[in-house]
Design a protein around this ligand. Sequence first.
Ligand code: ZN
Length: 582
Amino acid sequence: MNLVRLAAIFVLLCSSACFAALDRAAFTFTSYDLELRVDPAGQALAARGKITLRNDSSQPQSVAAMQISSSLTWRLVQVAGKPVQFETQPYTTDIDHTGGATEAIINLPAPVPPRGTVEIEVGYSGTITPEATRLTRIGTPAATALRSDWDQISSSFTAVRGIGFVAWYPVEMESASLSSGNAVFQTLGEWKERQAQSSLKVNFCWINDDAPLTVVANGQLEGIGRTSPVQEGQGITGCTPYRFAPLGLTVPTFAIGNFAALQQQLITVYHIPEHEAVAEGYAAAAEKLAPFVAQWLGQPHSRVKIVELNSGQAASFESGGMLFTPLNPQDPKPLQLQMVHELAHASLSSERPWIYEGVAHFLQAVEREQQDGREAALAYMTGQLPPLIEAEQAVDEAAARGLPPPEADKQSLINATDDVFYHTKSMYVWWMLRDMVGDPALRRALQSYRADQDHEASYMQRLVQRQSQRDLEWFFDDWVYRDRGLPDLQVESAYPRKLLAGEYVLTVTVKNTGDVRAEVPVAARAPQGEMSHRVQVPAKGKAVVRIRIPVVPAEAVVNDGSVPESDPNNNMLKITTPPQSP
Ligand SMILES: [Zn+2]
């Protein structure tokens, strides 16, 4: 064996053995204080600052690690003013748009005891250009991938999202791959939850040829931005400080550009100066929909904030009460839905995603109903159902075989970290609640909600029960506190009978092969119209309902689309037996 090969084997052994002791979940990053220098013309950023890490493991830690985007390079790591020994390695992970991170593995000068903290001074720099490797390598066409991974620094368009998109501030978590189910969502969800109480302070600085630039970020503005000439004839520079504290579930995001601001009572739109007319369209839509949202949630407590992405193709992104979106003159209906969502956020705060996001998605469906009726709203929800069916598949399959659901695949709404749950499943849960208790009771419950009093999982349940005088324990238990998957409802049998008065009654037996109880409408249909009744179908059980209808019924249908089901295509039974005489 030659020396080179021996050396190679040694390196291999070392890279697995030497870092084996590295516990990537040991430290919580409790505070960041960074200065970010952004150079749009050079597509570059350089950062310098301090990060405090707290050892939340039960062991003393003598090694800490930090990941930044793979397009950035570590320049400096110091502890207590002294440079410390650190190694860097590329680390494959899909938490960053490049599909990788640059990880610094830092030998701390002294072990940090459990609950102890260490302040690390860092410096790093590099470029942030459009990149979608993490998506293209799993087969997403490049153009589609770049619509979703649009983050970049450039002279025409600078907008960069944080964790989950671009690691522009250091983080640390185990590698997660988009090719393995919802591993990336789960890893990011756990990271956000752990750092929810942390604070991030960033002084965003920029340099430009001639025109001053504006920094917009989804944190709290800390004072006024300052600008100053760099040097005679060498352009100008400016800085704007923002604070994200507590971080909560916010993805810290910034945009830097030549923005004009359209300020109204309900909304602020940061747009490129030529797009004033489109921005006014957004503001007008918000104005028009405000009474509808207020009816459900009361008056808004903050302004809707919209930041234009100067790339017509980019997918909208929302976080921390701010919407980053291309401003396109669009059909009024989708725009109205978008504005309802944002107004909902401005009117209802909650640290629970199933409430904060779920209610916003639910009100979009209700607005869809305002626009074109209940059928249209149900079709709008059904359009979002397939990813939920997929996410619940493992749980549903276990239920079908009479097995307990696989622990790793369960996501109770109350703890859900995957957005298909707190967007889509939650939207359905609110809609089902509405169908069960009625609009007035649900509106009163939502308006009596106070985020600062929401200390227990059952708080929302109690509010809805108080307003509706209904015991909803079973519903919250099956749909919110636990993940029991989705029901699968079918009509088992339907027998018509003629009544003396010339009417008909249809006796329908409905069966549920899923593991979750549901209250669902059952309809007797005829060419002339339909009559329906609501019925509760137990998990793995049956329910019988009798529906009176003035004409001969032709079919029985369970579920009008308001209850999400694992198989929505087996809900109708044609009636073949002639009605029995009275
Ligand atoms: Zn939202």
